[in-house]
Design a protein around this ligand. Sequence first.
Ligand SMILES: *Cc1c(COP(=O)(O)O)cnc(C)c1O
Length: 407
Amino acid sequence: MSPAAGGLDALAILGGTPAFTEPLHVGRPNIGDRAVLLRRIEDVLDRRWLTNGGRFVEEFEQRIAEMHGVRHCLAVTNATVGLQLAAHALGLTGDVIMPSFTFVATAHSMAWIGLRPVFVDVGPDTHTIDPARVEAAITAETSAILGVHLWGRACEVEALKATADNRGLALLFDAAHALGCSHRGRWVGGFGDAEVMSFHATKVANAAEGGAVLTDDDELAARMRVIRNFGFVALDEVVSLGTNAKMNELCAAMGLTSLESFDEFVAANQRNHEAYASGLSDLDGVELVSFDPAEANNFHYAVVELSPAFVERLPRDDLVAALHAENVLARRYFTPGCHRVEPYATSATALPVTEDLSERLVALPTGTAVGPAEIDAIAAIARRAVDEAPAVRERVQDVIARTAVQR
Ligand SMILES: *Cc1c(COP(=O)(O)O)cnc(C)c1O
């Protein structure tokens, strides 16, 4: 066995002690100024205004609309419901073309309201929906295209817009990752008919649970406001089918406080991204997913793409197992693609790029809870795992065999 590198004990997966006593998470919530948050919560309680057009929700909506240069922002309970609100208000029917390489909520949101997700492949370099595949998947049943700005890197919005316009389709974006991101110098949020952001606890800024629907379309915004609140246009006056998608004041208090620290969160993420870039630079076959320096990005995701040669030597899942043993809770985003999970798997066709990417990507811990010292140690673990790949692989196989016997 090689001597311990960089002061590390043996890899934990091979019997050493874990490098971290506390788990390092990919999506550990960023917490803003606690005192400010608590003051806002006191204010909510003092005013006894908990929801329904409260001051903090309105302020939250204004901040996001201003930040992204869009006319309308509707704060909602979460992004999943936000996508449904937009889809329903747009009158979508039948099929919605979307990538499979995304968080499952993108697909579930549409399926839950009776629309059929039609999955197409993503570009191998962009990781976002491939406009040529979209074009080829359109049928008489198609009513919309739903792109996902994965890792905050915008879709090829111009090509998607041209297709949507030519074919008379609605165009929606799942912008759950894209708060504070830009595309060709324009803020995300104003593309397509509507864009939906997430303020879930694990996102770069959070409202504990929350979402925001952004649009420049006045009529669509008005319809969504009505649907968000049970179809009410006035007291006792219901004009359409509606739901309850309203964000409450406590979540808005958290959301506003979080937005005030957004620049700080992004700075921490960017510092971490740079630490990963330098820490992993000498590791062959490990490429950090990068961001165009000409665009704004929130650096929320530190994702590495392992080369085919790398995974041949050390499969991605074995690397993840080695990291987990050290208490580094890396995630296999997004494994498998949506088309490989129920209720979609039974009717799905193969998507080669998605399937390939879903076996070669690893999301690493970042955010304000992680810093360069931890990242140096994570990089050292990865290097060690590669050096000792045969032993790591054997160990993972042993564990699998033993679990199988126990079952
Ligand atoms: C987080 C996420 C969602 C869901 O957001 P919620 O606010 O939790 O409903 C949807 N799509 C993507 C790509 C996400 O990462």
